[in-house]
Structures are given as structure tokens and as C-alpha cells.
Design a protein around this ligand. Structure first.
Ligand SMILES: [Zn+2]
Length: 228
């Protein structure tokens, strides 16, 4: 019997990796355009598929309203509006923590005026960890059991204590990752929405998986012990 990509329980369903809602519905985009070609699915239990639809919508919101996101992310705003009507409490709680800010694009140095929304870091991180587990399961045909650490190039996580340290670490990991993955093939048939790359350092049990959403919203997942 097949087991779930995330928890090893018997699989009773299939889950899209990343979640299906990230890929625009055909009704929200021009005729003849299709961003749902050959989507990746992995065996899943109910909990890691059906019970996380709120987390999936939260992920869609965070990614598609992010500054580096491309125009396909903007096409997703129609879907977001429907989600707000369906689940108003989730959206109201996010908007209540918003404030006007100036932000610098760490890739170009350009300054933007923007609205900053308080990020539910653990919720966002959990979604990205599940996507990483799904990609690993799809790519290698087995399950990752061990540590995962997610580094986002565009959102803060609660690993570091000070803002300066966060910015410095983010720039450092972004530039290292760009260099490391420069010549590694990108997988995925809808790369304007999602792609991934896999890198295994020689003589190491570690893996690095780089994931891109909506163009430039990139993350790097470290699988294994960080101090190896
Ligand atoms: Zn599961």
C-alpha cells in the first residue's frame, strides 16, 4: 500500500504539490492559456490533503500578493476575492495587522512603497515544508524523514533575532543559492507558476531543493542537519 508523502500513514487520496489553488483556474485567464499542464500529485492521507485547504489559501494569498510575483500571480486575485467571501475571518485577521512601509527589493536594490502584512510564519513555513516533502516524494519516489529548514528570499522567518541579521542572511543565502543552482535544470511544466531544482552536495546525505513561485518568489529548502 502507498503511504502519505508527509506522514507515512496509508494514503487514501492524492495531493497536488504544490497545492492546486496556486495554479490559475482556466476561468480566470484568457482562452487557450493553460497553467495546469501535467501537475504533480503525490499519495496523501486526508489530513495532508483535504484538511489543509485553509493553509493552502493562506499560501496563495502570501505568494500572489508578494512584490516579486509576476503578472500570473495578479491573475490569481480574482480567485482571492472569491476566497475572501468564503472565509472572511481569515482575511480580516491578516489585514488587521497591516501597515504602510517602504521595502527594498533584495535582488535589485529598488525601493517600493508597499503594505506589509504580519506574516503567520509558522503557518507559511508548514505549507512550504509540506511542498518540499511532496517534491522529494515525487522526485525520488520515496519519503524524506529528517529535518527540513526553509529559507525564503522574500519573507521573514523567526530564526534570527534582529532585522539587520535577517536582511544580511537573506541576501547571503539568495546569492549563494543563485550561484549554486545556476546550471541545474528546473523541473515543472508551468514554470511561470512553479518550478523546482534539486541539488545534492557530493559525499553528503543532505539535499537542497530550490523552489520558485510566480517568477521570482524563491525559497531554498535544506534537507538534513545544518551542521553536517
Ligand atoms: Zn499524511
Amino acid at each position: 500500500m502507498q503511504t502519505c508523502y508527509a506522514c507515512q500513514k496509508p494514503a487514501t487520496t492524492k495531493e497536488h504539490t504544490p497545492p492546486l489553488c496556486l495554479f490559475p483556474d482556466r476561468k480566470d485567464i484568457p482562452d487557450g492559456v493553460d497553467f495546469r499542464r501535467n501537475l504533480i500529485t503525490v499519495p496523501s492521507c486526508e489530513e495532508h490533503n483535504l484538511k489543509k485547504s485553509g493553509d493552502d489559501e493562506y499560501l496563495l494569498y502570501v505568494l500572489s500578493t508578494n512584490l516579486p510575483a509576476n503578472e500570473i500571480a495578479q491573475a490569481q486575485w480574482t480567485k482571492l476575492k472569491r476566497a475572501v467571501v468564503r472565509r472572511p475571518a481569515l482575511w480580516n485577521s491578516m489585514c488587521s495587522s497591516s501597515e504602510d512601509v517602504e521595502v527594498m527589493d533584495s535582488q535589485t536594490g529598488k525601493i517600493y512603497e508597499a503594505v506589509q502584512i504580519g506574516l503567520d510564519g509558522s503557518r507559511f513555513q508548514r505549507s512550504l515544508e509540506l511542498i518540499t516533502l511532496g517534491i522529494y516524494c515525487h522526485h525520488f519516489g520515496n519519503h524524506w524523514i529528517g529535518n527540513i529548514r526553509i529559507h525564503s528570499d522574500f519573507a521573514d522567518f523567526p530564526y534570527e533575532s534582529s532585522k539587520a541579521e535577517i536582511d544580511a542572511n537573506r541576501m547571503l543565502v539568495f546569492h549563494c543559492a543563485e550561484k549554486l543552482f545556476a546550471s541545474i535544470p528546473r523541473h515543472g511544466d508551468n514554470q511561470d507558476v512553479f518550478w523546482y531544482q534539486v541539488y545534492k552536495p557530493e559525499n553528503s546525505f543532505r539535499y537542497l531543493i530550490r523552489i520558485g513561485f510566480y517568477g521570482r518568489c524563491t525559497i531554498t529548502a535544506f534537507l538534513g542537519e545544518m551542521n553536517e
